[in-house]
Design a protein around this ligand. Structure first.
Ligand SMILES: Cc1cc2nc3c(=O)[nH]c(=O)nc-3n(C[C@H](O)[C@H](O)[C@H](O)COP(=O)(O)O)c2cc1C
Length: 235
């Protein structure tokens, strides 16, 4: 085990029953187990529009900057549009892999093979009952402050949407590979040129998905106090 993971992970979840009766425990469970779900999807089961509206109603409670609520959600259910988005995703996926391999080869290295579930998603994206494209009006500005504000007004909503979906046992994966071909993806969803598609979430009811807390660096190894690099002084 690497030093980064040397600290023991907190005990979690306390128990399923606890999570059902204690709102904080339930919320913690949702935050800690909103995993990517690529394979364990019921591809035959429709995702009801009412369920999607419920989740989006929660997503739009997220922060947005002054003059906000610029988010827009395009839900793809028509096979022709899902096929087009999936084809675009595969093209970007293959380009990404090739570019990564080329970059590593230039350094005399070989890429680590991707877990097969990444390829699975690329192969089956069109089969997800719904693909939600989380967009916002406007185009990202050139300056850092503008970019931070721009994406901060849509990314929190997209993450809230993932949490709301997960709470209803709808599986999804955060994907952004469409953005390599953003004009083509805009055409697929009929989005005007003065808007931006930030995240693409393929969505379906989960089937036998086991959602566990991920192995992540403990807070102490990624947290500084008062100054970059400074520990808290506690043992
Ligand atoms: C900015 C960003 C873009 C991502 N794009 C993709 C993507 O296009 N396809 C994909 O399969 N995973 C993508 N991921 C990775 C997954 O969403 C996920 O975070 C990763 O597989 C780790 O799994 P976990 O969240 O269940 O621990 C992306 C993650 C981030 C933060």
């Amino acid at each position: 085990m690497s030093a980064r993971f040397a600290a023991p992970l907190p005990q979690f979840p306390l128990s399923r029953r606890h999570a059902m009766t204690d709102p904080v425990a339930f919320f913690d469970e949702m935050l800690a187990t909103t995993r990517s779900v690529r394979r364990r999807i019921d591809f035959e089961r429709t995702v009801e529009p009412a369920l999607i509206y419920d989740c989006i109603d929660l997503a739009v409670q997220a922060p947005s900057s002054v003059g906000g609520e610029t988010w827009r959600f395009v839900v793809l259910t028509e096979p022709i549009r899902k096929d087009a988005m999936a084809t675009l995703y595969r093209k970007s996926f293959d380009t990404f892999l090739a570019a990564q391999a080329q970059e590593l080869a230039a350094q005399g290295r070989t890429p680590e093979p991707l877990p097969p579930n990444y390829r699975y998603l690329a192969d089956r994206m069109q089969d997800f009952p719904a693909i939600i494209v989380v967009c916002r009006e406007g185009r990202p500005p050139a300056d850092t402050a503008g970019q931070v504000a721009f994406y901060s007004s849509v990314i929190p909503a997209a993450w809230s949407l993932m949490l709301a979906l997960r709470a209803r046992r709808l599986g999804t994966t955060w994907t952004t590979l469409h953005s390599r071909y953003e004009n083509e993806s805009a055409d697929i969803i009929g989005m005007p040129s003065d808007a931006t598609a930030a995240v693409v979430l393929p969505v379906g009811h989960m089937k036998d998905a086991r959602l566990k807390r991920a192995q992540r660096s403990p807070a102490r190894s990624v947290t500084y106090w008062n100054q970059w690099g400074a520990a808290d002084g506690l043992e």
